[in-house]
Design a protein around this ligand. Structure first.
Ligand SMILES: Nc1nc2c(ncn2[C@@H]2O[C@H](COP(=O)(O)OP(=O)(O)OP(=O)(O)O)[C@@H](O)[C@H]2O)c(=O)[nH]1
Ligand SMILES: [Mg+2]
Length: 596
């Protein structure tokens, strides 16, 4: 997979992130996370993709961002050195990004696949308040050379709320593209929450940032910068060695004629700004830094980006947990309703066969028959007692029936629980709806196919286990001979004891009846014990087999169900699995070129 085409990797990662972003946008509480995912996807499409494609010749990009009416368009004019961007007293006037570039610079960079995502390039100039997913490229007419060189300066819409799904993504696309971000905040709103969060995000994403505070009274400049440093900058993630420090500049409230003449009357404010941007927009290093930081951000915050799926994963875990818990109830029901009442009569036959086997064959048969006759009174008496003591066995419901009933109860429980939790997370609703739309039938089909193969193997297994009770002995004549000999000795001892106790008198007859029966009873006890052991072993085997061959695979099937059939959860799982992997691959592809 390492040899994968970078373009494929870029579009795979971008589409996975886009899918996650879309998934977040459906949940109002995750608007900010959706913004982060958009920024990540835009870093991949606008920065990493062109770099891997060999886009070294593309110009540097400077994006001017900030809250509504902060003075972004005014700052753009300072940067390009002419009042070209429409500054407007109506806050939130600029609604789509506009790129300003020198008259004869190439704009071929905008043709890169996936560049600026869903934003369409306008062919004709349009007013800055056109509220659509578009961007425009305007060439500067002026002949005065810009000290910044061939940089592209972007005027952007504001980001006063993350939930402005319509135009915040337009801003994020350009912010991701930028090699330098100029963050503008006006004196009365420099502390606003959302723009500040946005600034944090940009710094964490490794962007080189210049802060410009605007519109304060001249005398207030120092105080406001200080306050901004304390309130906003100090809370930013600390700059590490690889990240440039963030300078903070101030442009006080200027008269309109100064605004209209950035290179003349406003030059005293423009020059420090240009200088700071020039330091960060060094053509030799800036692009590699942008790419390197983008990849670094993607690698280190990949996990955090995927955190947006935390609730979905928790809901999936809860579903799996429920399936497993109810599976145990299924097993338990099989045990109590079937196994505990099931006698496995084949083992009674096996016991009788085993007793029979211990009797002497051939010439000894007459002796065995004699003893059999001697035991008749005892046997008769015992069967009378047994009949009186044992209650008739309850009719045991067949195994298949018990399994069917337990399965139906299992499904009913899952369905009831899914309906009960339907409002807590979309996954439960998905399952609840599924139960009304084919899940019950599909689960039934799955269950019956598991049941069929289980039943085939199960019948054979019981038969084989019952046969094994005697088969082992039949194959070992020596052991059988020893056991038969033992039984013969026991019978002879019983007879001997009878003579010893009764002498040659009539009570001996009674003693013989008694002792021979007692001896047989002892043998029968051992045989019974042995066969019972076998019977309970098969019981254990049965529950293990049902669990392994029926309820286990069934539970797996059910647990997986929400993430199959092209559902959102299937895509979610796929995206979660792929994203870290794809980022790592892109990093490996980019690293040698970044170090070159
Ligand atoms: N007089 C004066 N007006 C200023 C100054 N800076 C900005 N403005 C005015 O404030 C208004 C907003 O400035 P813009 O540059 O349009 O602000 P923006 O951030 O681009 O605003 P949106 O695009 O609407 O979000 C405009 O009418 C500017 O002319 C200044 O220093 N002096
Ligand atoms: Mg504007």
């Amino acid at each position: 997979m390492d040899a994968a085409d970078p373009r494929q990797l870029v579009s795979l990662l971008a589409s996975d992130l886009a899918w996650l972003e879309d998934h977040c946008r459906r949940q109002a509480a995750l608007a900010r996370e959706a913004g982060q995912l958009r920024l990540a996807a835009a870093l991949v499409r606008n920065v990493v993709g062109p770099f891997l494609d060999g886009g070294a010749s593309t110009p540097l990009h400077v994006a001017v961002v900030g809250g509504a009416g902060a003075g972004k368009s005014t700052v753009v004019n300072f940067l390009v050195g002419a009042p070209v961007a429409e500054a407007n007293p109506q806050a939130g006037y600029t609604r789509h990004p506009t790129a300003y570039l020198p008259a004869n610079a190439s704009s071929g960079w905008s043709g890169h696949l996936g560049f600026l995502g869903s934003l369409r390039k306008l062919d004709q100039p349009a007013p800055a308040d056109r509220d659509e997913d578009v961007y425009q490229v305007r060439r500067l007419a002026g002949s005065s050379p810009n000290p910044l060189g061939d940089v592209v300066v972007w005027d952007c819409p504001d980001m006063t709320t993350w939930a402005a799904g319509g135009y915040v993504p337009r801003l994020l696309e350009v912010a991701a593209l930028a090699d330098v971000v100029v963050y503008v905040a006006s004196d009365e709103r420099y502390n606003d929450e959302v723009p500040t969060q946005f600034l944090h995000l940009l710094v964490r994403a490794g962007k080189a940032v210049v802060v410009v505070l605007t519109k304060m009274a001249d005398a207030q400049t120092g105080r406001i910068v200080e306050h901004f440093e304390a309130e906003v900058m100090n809370r930013l993630p600390k700059a590490d060695s690889g990240r440039p420090a963030t300078p903070v500049l101030a442009i006080p409230y200027l008269p309109p004629d100064a605004l209209a003449d950035p290179t003349g009357k406003a030059a005293v404010y423009r020059i420090p700004l240009i200088n700071q941007v020039m330091v960060l927009a060094d053509p030799a290093t800036a692009r590699k830094r942008t790419v390197d930081h983008a990849l670094q951000y993607l690698s280190t915050s990949g996990g955090e980006l995927l955190d947006v799926a935390r609730q979905d994963l928790a809901a999936m875990d809860a579903w799996r947990g429920l399936v497993q818990a109810s599976r145990q109830e299924f097993d338990e029901r099989y045990r109590t309703e079937f196994l505990n009442g099931e006698g496995f009569r084949r083992f009674d036959e096996a016991r009788d066969r085993l007793l029979d086997l211990l009797e002497l064959p051939g010439a000894g048969r007459a002796f065995a028959m004699t003893l059999f006759v001697l035991r008749l009174p005892y046997r008769g008496l015992r069967s009378v007692v047994e009949k009186a003591l044992t209650r008739p066995a309850a009719v045991n419901v067949g195994e298949a029936q018990v399994l069917e009933d337990a399965f139906r109860a299992w499904m009913d429980q899952l369905r009831a629980e899914a309906i009960r939790r339907a409002d807590s997370h979309p996954l439960w609703r998905h399952v609840a709806v599924g139960f009304n739309a084919g899940l019950t039938e599909a689960a039934g089909d799955q269950f019956h196919s598991l049941l069929r193969s289980y039943q085939l193997s199960s019948a054979e297994e019981i038969e084989a286990a019952a046969r094994a009770v005697t088969a082992g002995l039949e194959q070992k004549p020596a052991v059988l001979a020893i056991l038969r000999g033992g039984k013969l000795v026991l019978d002879l001892v019983a007879i001997g004891l009878a003579f010893w106790a009764g002498g040659l008198d009539w009570p001996t007859i009674i003693y013989i009846f008694l002792f021979v029966s007692a001896a047989h009873q002892v043998v029968e006890l051992f045989v019974r014990q042995y066969v019972e052991g076998r019977r309970s072993a098969i019981r254990k085997r049965k529950i293990a087999t049902v669990s392994q061959a029926v309820s286990g695979p069934m539970a797996d099937w059910l647990a997986r169900w929400p993430a199959t059939g092209g559902s959102a959860y299937e895509k979610l799982q796929g995206a979660l699995r792929r994203v870290p992997d794809t980022i790592a691959q892109l990093r490996r592809l980019a690293d040698p070129r970044l170090r070159a």
